[in-house]
Design a protein around this ligand. Sequence first.
Ligand code: S3P
Length: 437
Amino acid sequence: MSTVHVAPATAVRGEVHLPGDKSVSHRALLLALASTRPVRIENLATGDDVAATLAAIEQLGATVERFEDDPTCVVVTGVGLQGIQPPADGAPIDCRNAGTLARLLSGLLAGQPAGRTFTLIGDDSLSRRPMRRVADPLSELGARVETEADGTMPIVVTSGGPLHGGEVELAVASAQVQSALLLAGLGASEETTVVEPGVLRDHTERMLRRAGATIRRRGSKVSVDPIESIELPDTRVPADPSAAAPLIAAATLLRGSLLRLPGVIDSPGRSGFMDVVEAMGGRITGSNRREQDGEPVVDLEVQHATVGRIFLETTDVVRMIDELPVLALVAHFRRGEFVVRGAEELRAKESDRIADLAQALKRVGISCQPLKDGFIIRGSSVRPDGGTMEAAGDHRLAMLGGIIGLVSRHGVTIEGADCVDVSFPGFFDLLDAIAVR
Ligand code: S3P
């Protein structure tokens, strides 16, 4: 486990080409596995999570061509929508730390032709995370998806011929579960409809449309028709807004900052953090809005701003679920209480992102009261002291530690900082490159 120290900075400045979006990268690889024609994917996320998906699709029969001069580019020759076979050597599919892979792949495999059994395993952290949330709704479509008795991995998917489809109401506001159901629905005999309890990231529905599937959206309901084959066109993955969030926080909080972040995904399911920071008085300017391979993107320019009051509504939480830790830091810089409720999902992430966040913040001088379903930040508008904190095996907490280091008085030492590689290898070097000291 590595330890990293991030010293205070007076500003952050520069133009940053962020990694490709993690959510879109997973989906592009899985749809490439199921495509009939080879797919070239550029600007693929280089983190460990997406590496796990690359390894998984190879285990399931895809051929992946890599390029020495560009590790973010691959050409995937898949096996077709109905051609996914369990590994010949009988090995389980190792999803490592990647919850998105475990859930989406369960859906894709559930719709395979009858008689195939797939076993999915994960690392210690993933093996503690809840999987019934995906197994139960897939069973409602007629799939056989089993977990351990306590609802954890291994997941065993036994395909049994076409699923019957139908309408499933999501019990958890999870884009991963919604995506698993849509992917399973490709292999059903009738239409599959998912009823969503909140605004979810919509990458799966956008990408499935590009790949030729028939998707209908009516308000909070999204439906997919069965289809024989799909063909994902070549895809360039746009920049990851969850990787942008810590940098946006640093630029907002440090006087004299100016950051340019080109080509970042800007859809309602992903822009929650930016919307709240703007509503607090943040200066985030978007220009050159356009579509990149099915995703709306924008060039962002972020400047320092004094942040003011806002109360975060429960309905917004899912739109910024991965950004709540870094939002807690922004909230520290405004006077008064900042209350996050309705976010119990945080407890089921790569760490317990309520308990571990509160613990980490306390150690660097930020007051955070954990709640069952969220937390309260009592802002002081004073730079936190800094100190030593634990990343708790969670890449989002490691990145948060880096940003607190920049805005703190004495810097922050992050223990177990290497888990940042899950989504953003090179994050700490990047901080050094943009920090003005
Ligand atoms: C993701 C959805 C979110 C998010 C995760 C990626 C996705 O999880 O936290 O990092 O790619 O669909 P849930 O769907 O469980 O909320």
